[in-house]
Ligand binder design. Structure first.
Ligand code: PHB
Length: 387
């Protein structure tokens, strides 16, 4: 066998890895909201991914990355069709998305069946790193249970006795509330009322009146993006800021939106796996670069996008850009300790980050870290049979 048996002699063979000169680009499809109440979340994730890929040009098995962006509209009914489009028509090598847990449930079902390498850069649907976990699906973000649990612990330890839960009434809000309840359970306090608001509704007047008349010690909320801006402003406008009722939430209540919330956000305490002021080298450089490249402050969504891109980089580096070597890519992602702006984290056996959760407080529009509320918190991952 001579050289003639090499590349190019097979009819229809498309060289992807070993061709000399031009190689096919690695196709990364994003299914993220670029419109609607979660639009700014999708944009921050995408911006940070682009930044990470630009920084790691030399390190991804010498193959360039091509982003194929699709607007999920944070709409679960459109998720199946959109996911199929990216996998079957666009033939992406990696699927990155979504933000919304309802979209995630539909997307993950197809991703499992098709075996496409998938990184979830936000949506917290507990099931995906629980009973629906899969070898090819990873999360660079959190499970919905995770940010709720630490706030429950914090308010419980402070002796808050009567708490109201208020959230967008879909998977993310419900599971976030369950995390809070689990953290609060041993304190002897009571959840006096749960108020669900249909997603993505932002008409909060009757909810705020009800809270004012219940006079709880504190309220734990799940709202994000445009809805979080509105809730926090309405809370202040209704005179509740100085009422003695403490407004708290998962950190999404104040992530990426403090500028829009203005004075209404000042003093709010939340728990999350990130805070603007985390003083580690990776975060300091990350925030500086992001601001320089995009002209706005980084937030947790940007961090999650950055780390999703990092997972892809790790996979491609391990296989020298061979996107067919799935088992090796999976092992590489599983075995890495991620040096993230949030601090180092590793993945659980169910492929969800094991990470610190910080108690934060808004001071002059910045989510400042107060303390580590729970260290290296792992999702319970009930029902996952990986690992
Ligand atoms: C979700 O639907 O899982 C979700 C959406 C927005 C967030 C967090 C979680 O900020």
């Amino acid at each position: 066998m001579g050289a003639a048996a090499g590349v190019g002699t097979l009819a229809g063979f498309t060289p992807t890895k070993f061709a000399i000169g031009q190689q096919a680009k690695v196709r990364v499809g994003t299914l993220l909201p670029y419109s609607g109440t979660y639009a700014r979340l999708g944009e921050a994730i995408t911006n940070a991914m682009q930044m990470r890929f630009a920084q790691s040009k030399e390190m991804i098995g010498s193959r360039e990355i091509e982003l194929i962006k699709l607007d999920s509209e944070a709409a679960p009914p459109k998720a199946t069709e959109n996911t199929s489009k990216l996998i079957n028509s666009e033939k992406v090598d990696f699927l990155v998305g979504p933000v919304h847990s309802g979209v995630a449930m539909a997307m993950a079902k197809i991703a499992r069946e098709e075996g496409v390498m998938t990184i979830i850069p936000n949506a917290g649907a507990d099931q995906i790193t629980g009973p629906l976990c899969a070898p090819n699906i990873f999360r660079s973000s959190f499970s919905n249970w995770q940010p709720g649990y630490p706030m429950g612990r914090v308010l419980g330890a402070e002796g808050k006795k009567r708490v109201v839960l208020c959230y967008w009434n879909y998977g993310a809000g419900q599971q976030s509330a369950q995390g809070f309840k689990d953290g609060f359970a041993e304190s002897g306090g009571e959840i006096i009322k749960e108020i669900g608001v249909p997603f993505p509704e932002v008409e909060f007047q009757s909810v705020l009146s009800e809270i004012a008349s219940l006079k709880p010690d504190a309220v734990y909320t799940f709202f994000a993006g445009g809805g979080a801006v509105k809730f926090v402003k309405d809370w202040a406008a209704a005179g509740l800021k100085d009422s003695g009722i403490e407004l708290t939430g998962s950190g999404f209540l104040t992530e990426g939106v403090t500028e829009a919330q203005g004075a209404a956000a000042e003093g709010l305490r939340t728990t999350l796996h990130y805070a603007d002021t985390l003083d580690n080298d990776v975060n300091n450089v990350f925030r500086r670069n992001y601001k320089e490249m995009w002209g706005s402050e980084a937030d947790v969504y940007a961090v999650q996008g950055y780390d999703a891109a990092e997972m892809i980089r790790v996979a491609l580096e391990a296989t020298d850009g061979d996107t067919g070597a799935k088992d090796d890519m999976i092992k590489a992602i599983e075995n890495t300790v991620y040096d993230s702006p949030r601090g180092p984290f590793k993945l659980s056996a169910a492929h969800n980050p094991v990470q610190n959760f910080y108690l934060r407080k808004v001071v002059n529009g910045v989510n400042e870290v107060q303390s580590i509320a729970v260290e290296a918190l792992s999702d319970p991952a009930k029902g996952c049979r990986l690992g």
